[in-house]
Design a protein. Sequence first.
Length: 145
Amino acid sequence: MKFISHRGNTDGPNWEWENDPSRIEELLEKGYDVEIDVWKIGSKFLLGHDGPEYTVDYSFLKNDMLLCHAKNLEALEYMLKIDGVHCFWHQEDHYTLTNKGYIVSYPGYAVTPKTICMKPELQSYSHLYGNAYAICSDYVDLFKG
């Protein structure tokens, strides 16, 4: 099973460093996979959850260890054109697909061996995510054991 840090968190939410490129790079160097929130405003790519905060070059997104959550249509449309970017879009859909064919499940919904289980810490359904392809969590270190 793959373990993915949600926005750069590893042992609980930390709003000060979520989506911060320096934090993301630090985790990538340590071998973590990381889910990030990506915006495209004009010709710029920016990271941030509630709004665009940190400017990054599009080449930053081309990393097999990143899972890019498009936060606006422009980001999704452009990332779908870039080879080497793994991306998806969702709001509160029960399920959505990534451009590489994985299923992203909203917290609390059943999973399959092709599913990235989002934030399992929000629900007590550990019996459901055991066969998932990956877990994406703010507490990824807890799930890695």
